[in-house]
Design a protein around this ligand. Sequence first.
Ligand SMILES: [Zn+2]
Length: 143
Amino acid sequence: MDDTFYMRQALTEARRAAEKGEVPVGAIVVCKDRIIARAYNLTETLTDVTAHAEMQAITAAASALGGKYLNECTLYVTVEPCVMCAGAIGWSQLKRLVFGAEDAKRGYLRYAPQALHPKTEVTSGVLASECTALMKDFFAARR
Ligand SMILES: [Zn+2]
């Protein structure tokens, strides 16, 4: 399985978020070629600004593994993580982060490029146009 395959899974999660009126960001966690967590943004549902897809995915993955560190896991997320999520990803000691669309306004790379664990590998731009289109369609429909 390659990054595109797993990013499609994250996009499926993002579409679920959109169906519920949530900002469409989806995330999955893969450990040894197995998906151990699936999540999407739940900030409206939970009335909680910290309920980003990545936060849900990190919590679910740690629970599935029975350990707090994700140093053998890859997190796929449709949009570049924010500073909060990058901090959480840092605490999790994630092995690898793969994201789709860049987020020039709220993404971590602008404000806190050192927030991740120094060993975490980062790949960006996977299915970026699909990930961006989902966000644009969502916000266009709400106007
Ligand atoms: Zn976030």
